[in-house]
Design a protein around this ligand. Sequence first.
Ligand SMILES: [Zn+2]
Ligand SMILES: [Zn+2]
Length: 444
Amino acid sequence: MKLKFTLLLLSVSISFVSGQSGKQNQFILNTIEEETVKYRAVYQDLHRNPELSLMEFETSKKIAKAIKELGYEVTTGVGGNGVVAVLRNGPGRVIMLRTDMDALPVKENTGLPFASTSIMKNAAGKDFPAMHACGHDLHMSVWLGTLEMIARLKNQWKGTIVAIAEPAEEISGGSLNMINDGLFARFPKPDVALCYHVSPELPAGTIGYCSGPIFAGVSNCDITVYGRGGHGAMPHKTIDPVVLTSRIVLDLQTIVSRETNPVKPAVVTVAAINGGSKNNIIPDEVKMLMTLRFFDDEVFAHMKEAISRIARGDAIAAGLPDDKMPLIKFSDEATPPVINNKNLVYESVSYMQDILGKEKVIEVEPAMVAEDFGQYGLTAEKITIALFWLGGVNQEKYDEYTKKGLSLPYLHSSLFAPDFDPAFKCGVKAMSRAIIGLLGNKAN
Ligand SMILES: [Zn+2]
Ligand SMILES: [Zn+2]
């Protein structure tokens, strides 16, 4: 009897909750078409007018104006061109939703009617073509669409939204600049932080999730390899830095294949070798540019030690004296990996699947690309974070490329062009539902 009574109560409360969430889903589904028309225009304007890292002056003005119109309290100039918008709606959890704003020095080749033709000076005063080749224009549009949806559903949740538009993500400084400018002290401290990155590999209309590390940490390494130059016809009178560099490049391959733990991912890529000027001159030095990727701090420390040891060891083997050892420079600040919080991912996924359907929210593998969103999870405030992939590829194009076994244009490509309508709708539906779900039903 008691069991029956408990079961009855349980079924009443489940049907009440699903009734609430059903109403929320219905509202979101009814409103999404109208929002798509509004934010398609916003997206095309942002796409046509990209701005490089640290130069997002007009973009941040547009964002601040749009979010103010939605009823949020807006603060500009946080960590440079950063914007923080707050919506308070009674006691409850504080959820941070982040977009980034900057574009890349890439000449657009998409052929879109709203393609960028912009040439702008970067922070150092040099002219570059600019393009939203990393989809931050889509991020901003989905972010605004979601914030509008949440504001319109204000009677369905309690808590606080802290929405941030981050500058300079592409140079991996924006998140830290905002944190150092008091993001977590001047504004309500978030319990959780969420964001999307558009995926160049998932069809628009889907979301990819990963419950743990999703994006790698990254650091750069520059090496100057010295030698003793001379005539190309008299190599025995020289110590050839071209040969020495070639040997170092090959020996570096053994770091990942023979030194780091095979179950802990790592990448050591030598992306540029520059040296020499003429067919018959052996140069005095060669420069190498490298990128390092990792998920684990110990792996990163090991990679750095191994690079130094191998470069020095090869230089000694070549007969170079102590004062001609390679000069090795690691970038001052590494971008940390993005480590998603498992519980936050699974809870968000359950809400996203509730509105999109189970098959549209897909588990994916981590990627070795980087994003500075991980920084928000590493401060003393211990904020739990989750980054989701937002599918961006036109479905027909996806099917065609998959059938032919071709690679789709990746992020940062001059051909990268997400399919706005389905990606926007999916992104706003899933994120609005997840945030309202995470904040809890006001009625409960
Ligand atoms: Zn990027
Ligand atoms: Zn990006």
